[in-house]
Each structure stands twice: as structure tokens, then as C-alpha cells.
Design a protein around this ligand. Sequence first.
Ligand code: FES
Length: 95
Amino acid sequence: MNKSHKVTFIKTGESIDIVEGDSIVTSSNKQGLDLPYSCMQGMCTTCVAKIRKGDFKYIEEPDPDTLSKQEIAEKSVLLCIATPLTDLLVELNEE
Ligand code: FES
């Protein structure tokens, strides 16, 4: 069985457990959150957020053009195809 990690969203203060290997968007929304998404394939950036603490990995590699090098350096992440490797602190984008 895969481990689960605590994922906390900074602005809302909500905190949920996500099993390693599960999409952060899918798992969060199944647990009653309302994270924005569209393509669910790492192509549209609707789900982009910043990781403030912790490590994640991509379940499938995002399209290389989706995020700029600068965004990646700033720890932007496409939550729809990302899964936690440790507990995470996530900052969602302002609308
Ligand atoms: S929902 Fe499109 S990149 Fe995540």
C-alpha cells in the first residue's frame, strides 16, 4: 500500500491526506475541495500552483512547453498530474 501525505493549502488552511501516486487535483476534489482544473493532462495550466514546502513528482511528464523555466524555478507545479512524495504546503494561485 502506498503511503499518504498531508497536503495543506495555504490560503484556505485546508489540509487533506493524499496517497502517493494519486493526482493532487483528483484526490482533493474527491475529498470535497474545489480545485480548479480543465485538461487534467498537464497542458492548460488551469491547475497551476506553487509548492512552498515538500517534494512532489509528476505521475506523467507535463508537456515541456506548459511551464516556463522561470515558473519551474519558482516551484510552480501542475497539480493535476502531480502527486506528493512528502507532506506538502501548497499555495494556490489567486484568481
Ligand atoms: S488541468 Fe490542465 S494542466 Fe492541470
